[in-house]
Write a protein that binds this ligand. Structure first.
Ligand code: GH3
Ligand code: MG
Ligand code: MG
Ligand code: MG
Length: 311
């Protein structure tokens, strides 16, 4: 309930005189009051108008107040609405039962008007505080999730950073080893990137890196992942992927990057990458072995003249 809205209070009582008294009392305090005289009607009204608070009689012919309360508490859409019982029953047993059904308070009839108002105000304030707390908590959870996601991401290129990539790769390596599935690693490095920096400056170099990383990220499947391994070097984790499929993907990436026309404020730039691919072998005991072989393959691709794939 936002602070500035008039609280809506539903009053449920089968005795017209009680209903009238309570209604006048609360209308006098400028509450938005909705009176109803039957249990079933009360449940329908709560679902329709979502009051901020309910004053609920116990003894009613069609459905007693306990049942009304239990029904509303069982429904996640209505179970947060505070219910104050207001009844002529004043045995301890009756009161205890009211609380056990989910009531927040109990007022005996004949009631003292000032006491009813004081309890209503208190429970409205408590409900409002609870809603504010829940809202703040939801926002905090969202902020924490965002923070955690940011901590995994390379800020420049938007792909995973090296440490998070390792975390994922280690996990996938364990799965692949356990179930004897194929797994491939592809590493790539931008060719003559130093020239791009030298010719256009670091900021444009950054833009080129970002474009290449995002192009590669778009080419892979959702089960795959891409991380920034270092400067202008990237790494792909390809679960359930054979060496042959890994080489095909690498070739597709090579072509996609070579075809890029990167429009910058200093003109249109093209770039190429060299790629190395390695697959999991039965003797591998850790993911680093595969990464090592992919790195050697990448080095071989550089020696072979760049803009090519070696596996
Ligand atoms: P090769 O084809 O052999 O890979 O040649 P290269 O020029 O790409 O390789 P080299 O290792 O000589 O140079 C890489 C350059 O990448 C040097 C470094 O300053 C630059 N670099 C690394 N990280 C970044 C970055 O985040 N932004 C920019 N703009 N440049 C970077
Ligand atoms: Mg009654
Ligand atoms: Mg390079
Ligand atoms: Mg490099």
């Amino acid at each position: 309930m936002p602070d500035n809205r008039t609280p809506t209070i539903l009053i449920v009582d089968d005795t017209p005189a009680n209903l009238l008294l309570l209604t006048q009392l609360l209308v006098g305090q400028s509450y938005d009051v909705r009176p109803v005289t039957q249990g079933r009607q009360a449940i329908a009204a709560v679902r329709a108008i979502r009051p901020d608070l309910i004053l609920l009689d116990i003894r009613m012919p069609d459905m007693d107040g306990y049942t009304v309360c239990q029904t509303l508490k069982a429904d996640p859409e209505t179970n947060q609405i505070p219910i104050i019982f207001i009844s002529a029953l004043d045995d301890t047993e009756d009161k205890v039962r009211a609380f056990e059904c989910g009531g927040v308070d109990y007022i005996t009839k004949p009631f003292q008007p000032a006491e009813v108002l004081a309890r209503v105000r208190t429970h409205l304030a408590l409900a409002q505080a609870r809603i504010a707390l829940e809202t703040a908590n939801r926002e905090l959870q969202r902020a924490l999730a965002r923070e955690a996601e940011l901590a995994r991401i390379d800020w420049l290129t938007g792909v995973y950073n090296r440490s998070h990539f390792y975390e994922l790769a280690t996990y996938e390596f364990a799965i692949a080893t356990r179930y004897d599935q194929p797994l491939a690693i592809c590493m790539f490095d931008v060719d003559h990137f130093k020239h791009i920096n030298d010719q256009y400056g670091h900021l444009i170099g950054d833009q080129v890196l970002r474009t290449i990383a995002q192009t590669a990220a778009r080419q892979i499947r959702t089960a795959d992942c891409i991380g920034r391994f270092g400067g202008e070097e990237f790494i792909l984790l390809l679960p359930n992927t054979t060496m042959e499929a890994g080489l095909n993907l690498a070739e597709r990436l090579r072509v996609a990057v070579a075809a890029l026309e990167i429009h910058t404020e200093k003109g249109t730039i093209t770039a190429t990458i060299s790629l190395g691919v390695a697959g999991r072998q039965p003797a591998d005991t850790m993911i680093e072995r595969i990464i090592d072989r992919a790195d050697q393959a990448l080095y071989a691709a550089k020696r072979q003249g760049r803009n090519c794939v070696v596996g």
